[in-house]
Design a protein. Structure first.
Length: 470
């Protein structure tokens, strides 16, 4: 082999290998499709983020068991003027007292430094179940977020399965229309030849040309619908861009669902579980609201130090001695501490909490009735799905019989036409019936799988569908 021939061999081998691997990469099984949807679809990612937020809320609720530990330090340069009398704190923004009342009158020019530092501990050692109710509420919220996420995954995967089966079904219709076009094309060649030789009339040629155009239009329309369905599938997977994939039709073509029990229950339904967790969450909220009005018993502890540039002793004229330097005011001169137990109970809040509790009770009652409604809907949907599945199975059994009869009728009619025993109109009727029978067979197979999927969706058991396609 020459070097040039060997180079061409390598190029052709590389192209062939690339095509093989690219085709392999483009194969999209149904199991892979539902996993892609779980990983990529935006609404599922949003529910996952909400689930993470709920986990954080539990950490926040548990932090209420910890004591409050506050430290503070400050250095201020201020005057020390005051007069006898009292005043409201004005929302905490009034300047606090900075020194004793002067006997020699006020003087706004004597500014000195002062310092203050404190460490304060406030620990609610007994809350009558308030903190625990908040923790239980956070746990209920986690359960709700988890079930919301699982329901979103389930509903999206059901949609992907349905769109996937429909895509295969529509591809099957494309193949049926292609077969129809091929038959009409072959008939067209024969009819044109007969017409040109004078064995058939020109009307036959015109009719078969019209039927060929009709078959071609049906093929184009079926291709358009099939391609649109694949675009919908791509959207359901949460992917974008120019991506082409090959669907796995093995389960659709080679078998039908087997060993399907029609006594499924809805107890596994993710959507029903989601609404149950909503009920539980609102029940926990009732408890949290009722307990929020109870008192707390707190353990208190504090220590602080203070420094001031104003001397403790008065001068001979009754005034204070001022040390205006920074060091004279910042060094601590007095230290104190305290420990104790405190309780605060806002009695008025008890009435407010009772009213809020009644409101939350009715909200919970509303969620319970919504749960009951969803349960009724799912039970009805499961019954209808069982009926659809039984009917789809019977139809799927009859469509092969219909197709064989239509194929025999077409072959007999074509043979009669070729021998001049019937007209082109009679022949076109038989291949129209054959075309419809091919389409009916594909649709019947697809409806069987879709009916099984509807049972899986209503019962909340997608494995019922997945196990049958494997």
């Amino acid at each position: 082999m020459s070097s040039k021939s060997f180079l061409w061999f390598l190029v052709l081998y590389f192209i062939h290998t690339t095509e093989v691997f690219s085709q392999k990469d483009e194969m999209l099984s149904l199991v892979k499709a539902i996993e892609m949807a779980k990983e990529n679809y935006p609404s599922i990612k949003a529910k996952a983020a909400g689930k993470d937020a709920s986990n954080t809320e539990l950490s926040i609720a548990r932090s209420n068991y910890l004591p409050n530990f506050i430290v503070q330090a400050q250095a201020l340069n201020s005057t020390s003027n005051q007069v006898r009398g009292t005043y409201f704190a004005n929302g905490g923004i009034a300047i606090p007292i900075s020194g004793g009342t002067k006997t020699d009158g006020t003087n706004s020019n004597d500014m000195t430094w002062s310092s203050f530092a404190t460490a304060f501990v406030n620990w609610d050692i007994f809350t009558f179940g308030k903190v625990k109710s908040k923790v239980d509420l956070a746990k209920a919220e986690i359960s709700t977020s988890q079930s919301d996420y699982e329901n979103e995954v389930f509903q999206q995967q059901v949609k992907v399965c349905d769109v996937y089966v429909m895509a295969i079904l529509l591809d099957g219709i494309v193949k049926a229309q292609q077969s129809n076009l091929n038959r009409v094309g072959a008939l067209k060649k024969v009819t044109v030849a007969f017409t040109e030789s004078g064995l058939k009339s020109g009307v036959d040629s015109s009719l078969v040309n019209a039927e060929y155009s009709k078959a071609y239009l049906l093929l184009l329309e079926s291709k358009r619908i099939a391609q649109e369905q694949k675009l919908i599938l791509k959207q359901m997977l949460g992917i974008s861009g120019e991506i082409n994939f090959i669907l796995d039709t093995s389960f659709f073509v080679s078998k039908t669902p087997q060993n399907i029990s029609l006594d499924n229950k809805i107890s596994q339904s993710p959507i029903l579980n989601y609404y149950q967790t909503l009920v539980d969450f609102n029940r926990s909220k009732i408890t949290a609201v009722k307990r929020s009005g109870l008192p707390s018993i707190s353990l208190l502890g504090a220590t602080f130090g203070r420094g001031s540039g104003i001397a403790d002793k008065l001068t001979s004229d009754g005034g204070f001695t001022y040390n205006k330097s920074l060091s004279g005011g910042l060094s601590f001169r007095a230290y104190d501490y305290m420990v104790g137990v405190s309780t605060i109970w806002n009695i008025t809040n008890s009435y407010r909490n009772q009213t809020e509790g009644r409101k939350q009770y009715f909200i919970t009652k509303e969620m319970e009735e919504i749960y009951n409604e969803k349960k009724l809907q799912l039970e009805g949907e499961l019954e209808r799905s069982n009926l659809r599945y039984s009917a789809a199975q019977e139809i799927a059994k009859q469509t092969p019989v219909q197709l064989k009869a239509a194929s025999d009728a077409y072959n007999q009619s074509k043979a009669r036409y070729d021998n001049g025993l019937n007209t082109i109109i009679e022949l076109t009727q038989t291949y129209a019936i054959l075309n419809r029978s091919e389409v009916d067979l594909t649709v019947a197979n697809g409806n069987t799988w879709r009916a099984l999927l509807s049972i899986a969706a209503a019962s909340g058991n997608l494995d019922l569908f997945i196990q049958n396609i494997k």
